[in-house]
Write a protein of this length. Structure first.
Length: 71
């Protein structure tokens, strides 16, 4: 379990307002921080995949109904 200071520091990094930190209980604040961290990691993963595909000359896009029909 991380120390309170580490949790507050992480909350500040995610720009969670201090008033909200006061209102939330400790467990909810930790859960909110974890959700923010997960979002950041997912964005980083998508960006890394986009860079990987771009280096191979592949463009990713959403499939249309026409694309599904061709399958």
């Amino acid at each position: 379990m991380p120390s309170v200071l580490k949790v507050v520091k992480k909350a500040n990094e995610h720009e969670i307002p201090y008033g909200l930190m006061e209102d939330l209980n400790y467990t909810d604040l930790q859960a909110m921080i974890i959700e923010y961290d997960i979002d950041i990691l997912e964005r980083m993963k998508r960006e890394k995949e986009r860079e990987r595909l771009a280096s191979k000359g592949v463009e990713r896009r959403k499939a249309t109904a026409e694309d599904f029909d061709r399958l």
